[in-house]
Design a protein around this ligand. Structure first.
Ligand SMILES: [Fe+2]
Ligand SMILES: [Fe+2]
Length: 472
């Protein structure tokens, strides 16, 4: 395998695509469909070019190239992390056997399903974010939005490559369907609920990239452990790109909080609306919403399907290699979140069945880091307010808590009380209308909207007032 990407090919790749003419032809015939999808469902703001990074190498040093490119000419390609010829399976009943280079017949349907579900989220987020360019708070933010968008497009390529290369005719049909389903569509929506919600404003975008892209990070982390080596190597490289998406979310919310804090202090008031900033209560409500819908993406607290995936070696745990147990889990147990005697509590179940809960907990710990960061900004400004992650049971529509309602603190309440109070905890029409009213585009070089602080640093050593995007 060559490590550097081949950009002389129609489809840039590091998988020696030219050696498999059939596969190459199949992907080359999918390519125009992808470009049509990008034109019709991708970013709506017309641009000349954007300062983007493009993957040129999957190695540790210098994997990215930065330059102004017309988005339609972005070199979407197929990049897998380097192959370890000695790689062995790390968990489940096939533990210590050599990793699979082909799909075992008995796991074919399950592997295909997991790849399709992951693949479906990638273009979905591009669709959800397509109108945001028109209201970008700065050229720097606009560029970051487009970088996330082109990389989600590349992640679709990553999954489509696997479907074409390893799943035959059915795989090619699934690859077509990935372009036919659309976020929010009545007839053929995206597979997962959170990916049919719109991303109507930039506060939602930052919350999405913080909380929902982070779900993606954890799902990719479990697939990176897969015994199916091409899937593992694909996900490993996707995770590298994904870390920039997390960065956009983390620092985006940092900057919103920073600006609000600044306005609160300068004017010695909590009433920041008059000054065009976003109140902390509104930030908390958006956080509550995006966090709770992202928790739903991890599925039910217990799942026999996921137990089977683990035992089969298809899907591991987050940081499987760092876990100090037998990596088979056949005799272990775990306490999962549950409704116990009408309140939020725990049930003990077999560890294998509770793997969704295990992954969700890793995710929750990670989410808490961001909240700590934002609270540090409040603390350093001498303000007493703090942001919080709501209870795992709050506003859930999937799993053990879907049948109950709780306060953000996790106290179970009746449906009527929920109806009466939910506007205190989740964004109301008034909140959303206010946030949307702030979304006036700032497309002039070096300028920024009043509701967000400028970034500490630009991209790739460039200053904040660099011309990151040339509008058409
Ligand atoms: Fe992605
Ligand atoms: Fe992402």
């Amino acid at each position: 395998m060559t490590i550097s990407a081949d950009y002389t090919e129609k489809i840039p790749n590091n998988v020696d695509l030219h050696e498999d003419r059939r596969l190459q032809r199949a992907l080359e015939s999918w390519q125009p469909n992808f470009l049509n999808w990008w034109e019709s469902m991708g970013p709506t703001l017309p641009t000349e070019d954007v300062y983007l990074r493009t993957a040129i190498n999957v190695g540790r040093e210098g994997w990215a190239h930065f330059g102004h490119v017309a988005m339609r000419d972005y070199r979407w390609g197929i990049f897998l992390a380097e192959r370890d010829p000695d790689r062995r399976i790390g968990f489940g009943q096939h533990k210590d056997e050599p990793a699979w280079q082909q799909v075992p017949g008995e796991y074919r349907a399950d592997l295909q399903r997991l790849i399709v579900i992951q693949g479906d989220t990638e273009p979905a987020s591009v669709e959800q974010q397509r109108n945001l360019g028109a209201t970008a708070p700065s050229l720097y933010d606009l560029r970051n939005l487009f970088q996330v968008n082109v990389e989600e497009g590349r992640h679709l390529w990553a999954m489509v490559y696997l479907l074409h290369a390893y799943f035959g005719r059915e795989g090619r049909e699934e690859a077509e369907q990935l372009l036919h389903r659309n976020s929010g569509s009545e007839d053929s929506p995206r597979i997962l609920g959170a990916f049919n919600e719109e991303t109507p404003d930039w506060l939602s975008f930052f919350m999405f990239t913080y909380f929902t892209d982070r779900d993606g990070k954890y799902q990719l982390g479990t697939l990176k452990e897969s015994a199916f080596d091409p899937l593992s190597r694909t996900c490993e490289f996707m995770l590298k790109e994904e870390s920039h998406h997390m960065f956009v979310g983390t620092t985006g919310i940092d900057r919103v909080v920073e600006r609000t804090v600044q306005v609160m202090r300068e004017n010695d008031t909590d009433e920041v609306v008059a000054h065009g900033a976003i109140p902390l209560e509104t930030i908390q409500k958006y956080l509550n919403f995006h966090y709770s819908v992202s928790l739903d993406l991890f599925g039910s607290e217990t799942s026999t399907n996921v137990a089977n995936y683990y035992t089969a070696g298809i899907k591991g745990r987050w940081a499987e290699g760092r876990r100090k147990d037998d990596h088979r889990l056949t005799g272990d147990s775990i306490l999962v979140d549950a409704v116990v005697d009408g309140s939020v509590g725990h049930n003990e179940v077999a560890a294998l069945v509770g793997l969704n809960t295990d992954l969700r907990r890793e995710y929750i710990d990670d989410c808490q880091n961001g909240v700590n960061r934002w609270n540090r900004i409040l603390g350093e400004a001498g303000l007493p307010q703090r942001l919080r992650l709501p209870s795992v049971a709050f506003n859930r529509r999937v799993g053990a808590f879907s049948g109950i309602e709780t306060t953000p603190a996790g106290e179970v309440i009746a449906a009527e009380e929920w109806e009466a109070r939910k506007g205190d905890w989740l964004p109301t029409e008034v909140d959303k209308t206010y946030v949307r009213s702030l979304m006036q585009p700032v497309h002039e070089r070096g300028r920024i909207a009043a509701w967000i602080a400028p970034p500490r640093q630009g991209i790739n050593g460039k200053p904040f007032d660099y011309e990151y995007v040339h509008l058409a």
